[in-house]
Design a binder for this molecule. Structure first.
Ligand code: BG6
Length: 496
């Protein structure tokens, strides 16, 4: 596919995302010859870099974080020549004329034909501001060229603010110009969900309430909140992980087969899943939700700070660093099948996975063998790390009688030789360059997912007695979470 020449303008270019993710991803695309023939990056932010000092800083980032390291200094320098920098105050409308001038200059030199992607990697307070100022300069107008805008999460902090932001953007941009990013959708293994489900004939007949007993979706992280207290203390796990990443995984697991693998068909099917989520009512908010916050602990000889001791976190904060939910999708395929969603910081390990638990065999022909208990047939879709798919089935232990054992049929991506797993940002940036929004979030899905979590946000805000359980840093979260899933011969899977 020949990709049109273009310029990528990154707002917030002195920030961590640009350094760790965006520029290394662009470098990796460069290494694979995937960039357009003429392509430039213009970094924009307040920090007073020059082109040269910006390039030096980005070189460091590439050496540390790119997946395909440069072979030598020359290669790195050659790549860095496509990087430019403009220091302006992006909150000031008057500074935008400088941006227009600089873009005109690069556009003319590089023959990029006015094709611009604006990437907003700034504090969210600027998401409504920058697009307005760009529009005031006419930089939203597609006149024989394209103008796209990529917006990082968080897209809004609740339903109301998400709707407001959507309507501000829609004043100046068409929906096709807006790319709302959720980096989980750029992960290879997340896209593999579509292939696993829809390129195989064997799963679809089983993929429903008749054969699936319940589904677990887990995103565990061993890290704490790092230096992001200022953001995280106003966000919490529900906004940070559930409303976006985990809801997207849920939709891919639960959606109907799309008409085709194009943006509209996939988005339509995902939206139907969100619309079928059973709204959480008063009782569910107590019964089907457990939130937690990590406490200081000494684990394996290491001291881990508690959440309230972290930098920029209120000493009496009630922000959740862990949340587990039991939810239902009220449609024909999934009626009454529980979905358990869990995520948390400072858990024992980093793992994201989806586990499909199949119903047990109808009758136990092997007395004494606990085939009906928790060790059911499981399909485990491992998103990260050790990406792969594992199917847990039962086998006879050789010898007399019938002793039954669980065995795994495993596939690990690492077994594929010479296969490079691209970073999520690499795939997503490339898609936007090509004008393919399939892996981006549309306004319908965005508002539907906020609508689902909103009652919980309100409940926590308005009820100081709503339980918040402490859990020692390095543990699997509040013990109380087990009650969500207990009682039906099952428990959460605790991967190591
Ligand atoms: C981000 C969250 O969106 O996703 C972070 O803001 C979280 O808090 C991160 O750590 C997890 O992403 P990944 O790719 O490491 O699973």
């Amino acid at each position: 596919n020949k990709i049109a020449n273009q310029i990528l303008i990154i707002f917030g270019a002195s920030g961590d995302l640009t350094y760790r993710k965006l520029i290394p991803a662009i470098f990796d695309l460069y290494k694979q010859n995937s960039l357009p023939e003429k392509f430039s990056v213009l970094g924009v932010s307040r920090t007073p870099f020059t082109d040269d000092s910006f390039r030096e800083k980005m070189k460091e980032g590439i050496l540390k974080f790119s997946g395909l390291k440069p072979e030598n200094e020359d290669e790195l320098n050659k790549f860095c020549n496509i990087l430019h920098y403009l220091p302006i105050n992006t909150a000031e409308s008057k500074d935008y004329s400088q941006l227009t001038l600089r873009l005109d200059e690069i556009d003319k030199n590089e023959n990029t034909q006015g094709n611009y992607i604006f990437y907003l990697s700034t504090p969210p307070s600027l998401y409504g501001v920058i697009p307005k100022y760009l529009a005031a300069e006419g930089l939203n107008i597609e006149n024989n060229c394209f103008r796209r805008i990529i917006i990082e999460k968080p897209f809004g902090t609740d339903l109301k603010s998400a709707i407001e932001l959507n309507s501000i953007l829609k004043e100046d941009y068409k929906e096709e110009q807006i790319y709302r990013i959720d980096h989980y959708l750029g992960k290879e293994t997340v896209q593999n969900l579509l292939v696993t489900r829809f390129a195989n004939g064997i799963y679809e007949p089983l993929w429903n309430r008749n054969y699936i007993h319940h589904v677990e979706i887990t995103a565990a992280e061993s890290i704490g909140i790092e230096n992001r207290g200022g953001y995280y203390d106003h966000s919490g796990a529900l906004r940070d992980m559930v409303q976006n990443h985990l809801m997207q995984l849920l939709a891919l697991v639960a959606m109907e087969p799309p008409m085709s693998i194009d943006a509209t068909s996939i988005r339509n099917e995902k939206l139907k899943v969100f619309q079928a989520l059973r709204p959480m009512k008063d009782d569910d908010l107590f019964k089907n939700v457990v939130r937690g916050q990590y406490l200081p602990s000494n684990t394996n000889g290491n001291y881990y700070k508690g959440y309230r001791e972290e930098k920029d976190v209120a000493k009496d904060s009630r922000t959740e660093t862990y949340v587990a939910l039991k939810l239902f999708i009220d449609n024909w395929r999934w009626a009454d099948v529980p979905f358990y969603i869990r995520t948390g910081k400072r858990l024992p390990t980093r793992v994201s996975e989806i586990v499909i638990h199949f119903r047990p065999a109808p009758q136990n022909l092997f007395p004494g063998q606990e085939i009906h208990k928790n060790n059911d047939n499981q399909l485990i879709l491992r998103i990260q790390p050790d990406e792969g798919v594992s199917f847990q089935t039962k086998m006879k232990i050789p010898g007399s009688g019938y002793r039954v054992k669980n065995v795994n049929m495993d596939f690990h991506y690492s077994q594929l030789h010479n296969v490079y797993l691209p970073d999520a940002y690499e795939r997503l940036l490339l898609d936007c360059m090509m004008g393919d929004p399939t892996l981006y979030i549309d306004s319908g899905a965005l508002e539907a997912t906020w609508k689902f979590v909103q009652p919980l946000l309100d409940f926590w805000k308005n009820n100081t007695e709503a339980p918040l359980y402490g859990y020692p840093a390095g543990s699997w979260g509040p013990e109380n979470a087990d009650r969500l899933i207990e009682g039906e011969n099952k428990s959460f899977r605790y991967p190591c």
